[in-house]
Ligand binder design. Sequence first.
Ligand SMILES: Cc1cc2nc3c(=O)[nH]c(=O)nc-3n(C[C@H](O)[C@H](O)[C@H](O)COP(=O)(O)OP(=O)(O)OC[C@H]3O[C@@H](n4cnc5c(N)ncnc54)[C@H](O)[C@@H]3O)c2cc1C
Length: 443
Amino acid sequence: MKYQSLWALNPEEDIRKLEKDLDVDVLIIGGGITGLTTLYFLRNSNLKVALVEANTIGSGSSGYTTGKISYVQELVYQKLNKMYDFETAKKYLDSQLAARDMLLDIIKKENIACDLEKVDYYLGARNDKDILKVEKEGQLLKKMGIEVKDIQLGKHSVLVVKDIYVFHIMKYLRALKKIGNKNIYEKTKIIKLQKEDYGYLVESASNKIKAKKVIVTCHYPFFLKPYWMPFKVRCEKSYIAASKSKKQKWSMNTSDGMYSARYQQDYMINLLGSYYISNKLNERENYQVVTKFNKELGLRPDYLWQNDDMMSVDGMPYIGKMEKDNDKLLIATGYNTWGMTNGTLAGYVLSEMVMGRTTDYDRLFDPLRVSFYRHGKELLLNSFLNMQGFIISKIKGKHRCPHMGCSLIYNPVSNTWDCPCHASKFSREGKWVKGPSDKDMDV
Ligand SMILES: Cc1cc2nc3c(=O)[nH]c(=O)nc-3n(C[C@H](O)[C@H](O)[C@H](O)COP(=O)(O)OP(=O)(O)OC[C@H]3O[C@@H](n4cnc5c(N)ncnc54)[C@H](O)[C@@H]3O)c2cc1C
């Protein structure tokens, strides 16, 4: 059994670091699905574009995903219908269908062999109180024109929808890397961003990049004043196992996001849990829970891994400007564990924005839409959880994380020091491994 993602992240091929200063129209920071898709959509523009990635492409959340391409996303449509209105819920559905089709188009057009498969998709309830909510989500989906079947599993009603896909994310990202290769610099971590008349002066440890526009696709911003992001998002984590199993053509999620499953060739992939990043800090125990659960299903995990994602206040991503009058600094984050569609969509929206064009989704996903009037409860919850994370880290942790001063907890599974606030990781010796910290650990 290996503690690593099934998508075999690290055949470190064709790694090219930035070894000179650059002057570009657009700099993309981050080589996950969002950054690489943005670069893809800009490939034929006459803009000079570069993408920098701190580690290797896919080494962030993207390379640890379960890789489902789905427009059914827990109970998001009910949430949007309640928080906004039916039109907003419908518009979000349209965006997810459009994103799915864009992804399929890229795969087809570029002839990418990434184990793409169409599957039946089940949305179920994990407990009695969620049964009604699942039924209601089904009714809303039907009202929005989606074909939904209800089937009865015991006393639980389960929704079945079609035209959902699964794929091998790293095969897909490696193909995008090949297409954009000459403009991609890996092992190039950005540590400084400074506003200038022409745009931004961006610095790695050894080089400077002048960029007219900067697109931040690094999951969580690395800079210290991230424009209210600590209130607008919270980080949640889950644990995943892949075990040898007879292949089947279905995929599923529970409505609370606590459990999901899919198949990848002869592996069954199970996801368990969805916890705020500073809860459940005992990693050994967390993995034992997943292993035990799989054993109960008669499975023996071959791969075990963990992933985290940013949750927004309303279930929709933040894509666009970070400040009202500044179209030179754009961001995409807050995918609520649905980054395959939202990362693709962000690539499209951001690329159109830097080319001076608008899309149907600019307003819907505007990061500045968050208001205390409409999202007060969520903003307070995020502030509370972030504060709680900080305090817990101080009680339980050792060594200070250079990012925002939380304390680090030792993770005996990966032999890393982990930040329970924003998911930075450092090696046992204190070297930065991943996450928003711009420095090695203070030892
Ligand atoms: C358990 C789990 C399961 C999931 N399953 C699904 C699923 O089935 N379907 C789905 O649609 N979504 C899923 N997601 C969500 C999805 O994985 C993410 O939303 C998506 O991968 C985020 O992509 P990204 O490109 O925004 O970020 P990332 O993939 O994290 O990419 C950001 C990149 O930026 C780099 N970076 C960071 N800081 C710097 C810096 N200072 N300089 C340079 N580079 C930097 C990082 O190294 C990283 O490679 C899941 C999430 C979780 C937590």
